[in-house]
Design a protein around this ligand. Sequence first.
Ligand code: FRU
Length: 505
Amino acid sequence: MIHKFLHPLCRHMILAALFLPLFTRAQQPAVTEPHRPQIHFSPKKGWMNDPNGMVYANGTYHLFFQHNPDSTVWGPMHWGHAVSQDLVHWKELPIALYPDSLGTIFSGSAVIDINNTAGFGKNAMVAIYTNHNPTQEKAGSNKFQNQSIAYSLDEGKTWIKYKGNPVVKNPGIRDFRDPKVSWFAPEKKWIMTLATLDHITFYSSPDLKNWKEESRFGKELGAHSGVWECPDLVSFTVAGKQVWVLIVNLNPGGPNGGSATQYFTGSFDGHAFAPDDTHTKWLDYGPDEYAGINWSNTGNRKIFLGWMSNWQYANVVPTKNWRSAMTLPRELSLKRVNGQYLVASLPVNEFNAALRPLKQLANIQVKEDLDLSQSAEKTNGIFELNLDGVSPADFTIELSNTKGEQLVIGFDKKENQYFIDRTHSGATNFSKSFAGRHAAPRLATSKFINLKLVADVASVELFADDGLTVMTSIFFPAEPLAKIRIKSGNGLLIKNLRLSKVASR
Ligand code: FRU
């Protein structure tokens, strides 16, 4: 058992050393591989963790990702690369960034330098990432993570690393990483939001090369049971008011154990972030959304993507030639609920275009059991179930297969909680932290519940109440969970039900 209080990066490394010998070189991937998602991005082979450098340019969404191409466990990090025009179908491209003399390539972001502030060329794609130097780490230095930049003039295919790297030098903080850079238009400067152990440090720059520290945030606020990682800073306009959201990923210490994404709401004046509320808020309460941040260069749209796993067991999940997938891209919005600003997430609209309805029912009364299996079996475990106007009674949605494996999603009226129970969902014994029932508060104040459930072979994403409560959970059944039953002991009213399969190609 790897001790949970070990530094997270040491843990990655020990796991890598333990499992590296087991790795056999990947065969050509096939969509028929067990547990291979069809509508979520997963690498053809090898290990993947955080989404990186997400940027929109010329009609293409770029997704770079933490990648160890030669193993299915964490190791020397590269930036893998994939592209999509519709945020649903992805094409994997050759590796974008390789380790260099400054270290391996940890998480970071990318921007389009529209004004050529860096002088690399108008509209250059510039990646800002952490160089992680394992040699320096082993030698006992505290300064082994530094921020570097690289640019591409051919839409992310080839990259030139800047000669003056690193551009932000480590002052002696072990965990000093994951720069998220955005343009702060009122002062015509770049802002870097950096995770620095147990707080965020903001830097600013006129040209992406010269950075100055502006302020620090969060040492005494929010959840702190683990290291702060992968931050993001975005703004929304709500009722004419600009409200800023600071996303801070945390590992471990999430609401259901392990890695999770918390956020703060408040204001940002180009120098410092001031929270308007000190509650800890979670973007996704399930165990399997981590390191989530937003695409850059998408105008007013905030499109969020997370890694669909958890450091508690990511290195040992039972997939063969690759490990991990990303969540669905989600559009974020900010809502005012009970005097608080809350971030809501829903699958991007583009996803709706891929839906092919199989069954639609209106004004149904569920007494005991509504069996949707006949339609559901056509989905092979890849579907969206949309329920609107559901009376707030106890109910469960059971996904199962002929092997008796099941995943139970439900609502507990007394606790006012949603839950996902994967105790009997298939293979679970690869990690003690995996099996279990995970719960999340219902935050909406509306009388009726609505929910959207997206399943894709080995994952389910629950978007309840227009995305105010979100849960992501992965699972590994022996065959698709393609039977669906909705159950309610006390009876349930559903105004509209729609079950759709999802066109994967
Ligand atoms: C988060 C993280 C980042 C780091 C990367 C290394 O999952 O630990 O903080 O940059 O993964 O792969």
